[in-house]
Design a protein around this ligand. Structure first.
Ligand SMILES: *Cc1c(COP(=O)(O)O)cnc(C)c1O
Length: 271
């Protein structure tokens, strides 16, 4: 499965949630906690960080480090690959979106104004794993809820939880999450510099403004459902076809005509 998250780097877009899932798959593989039904994945990330966004640049470094650790493991590398494509641009998007099978639209609910990458993937036949955020809501409505992999807290739940949220409780209660975080703490992915990723761990355990740990279990369970559906080729194909057939609403022609009619009050040249 070609599993893609390509978009600007930002903490609210939660590339970290994706990385924690990849680390979880790596641990399951190397500890023999999978059977022959495991769906092999290439997880591809791309996206630029603002030059001064230190945390996002550290997350890019982590993607490279986890990718290299997986590639160095004889067992894990047979079925899992984590790649970062540099210099994300429209030209790269034009190649990646048509190739993608799974579209990662996993921002914290309430933070994405709309998103347009999500539409590009859907129009090109990928299935989406996503939160109820931005235009994911409309995409799910158009393609049908049974053809969309939904997980995570809603905007209302995020707002209600914020004041009492304790990310360390999730760390304490979930063994797979705890193992992944402990590996970041112990320098498993950066043995030459064991403390390299400590700032990421501190941000997640002490603050976690974007509810990464709160959504981890729901995300991993949903990814397991994604894999189960992928194994059923006819079902996956049917869902992908319905996504394309029902996503005409996201055509830029329709959007621009609405602007022309309702905002700009312009007649079309060819009427
Ligand atoms: C579509 C696109 C974006 C926006 O992607 P989102 O997933 O909506 O954030 C950013 N950069 C490039 C190059 C794009 O093509």
């Amino acid at each position: 499965m070609l599993d893609c998250q390509v978009k600007r780097m930002h903490e609210y877009k939660r590339q970290m949630l994706n990385i924690l899932h990849v680390i979880t798959l790596y641990n399951r593989l190397r500890e023999g906690r999978v059977d022959q039904t495991f769906v092999p994945r290439t997880v591809l990330l791309a996206g630029k960080s603002a030059p001064g966004y230190w945390m996002c640049k550290l997350i890019i470094k982590l993607i490279h480090s986890v990718g290299a650790t997986i590639s160095a493991n004889q067992i894990a590398r047979e079925k899992l690959q984590l790649l970062f494509v540099p210099n994300y641009s429209v030209s790269l998007a034009q190649r990646i979106m048509p190739a993608a099978e799974l579209s990662e639209q996993i921002s914290t609910a309430g933070f994405e104004a709309s998103g347009t990458g999500n539409m590009k993937f859907t129009l090109n036949g990928a299935l989406t794993i996503g939160t109820l955020d931005g235009a994911n809501v409309e995409i799910r409505q158009e393609v049908g809820e049974e053809n969309f992999f939904l997980f995570g807290l809603t905007t209302e739940e995020v707002m209600a939880k914020r004041s009492s949220y304790r990310p360390q409780d999730y760390y304490a209660q979930d063994p797979e999450l705890r193992q992944a975080i402990n590996q970041l703490l112990e320098g498993h992915f950066s043995p030459e510099n064991p403390g390299l990723f400590h700032p990421i761990v501190r941000s997640l355990l002490d603050v976690d403004w974007f509810f990464v740990l709160a959504d981890y279990a729901s995300y991993v369970a949903c990814q397991d459902r994604v894999a189960a559906v992928y194994r059923d080729r006819d079902l996956w194909t049917k869902m992908a076809i319905l996504n394309v057939a029902r996503s005409g609403f996201f055509s830029s022609d329709r959007a621009i005509k609405e602007y022309a009619d309702n905002i700009w009050n312009l007649p079309s040249v060819k009427s």
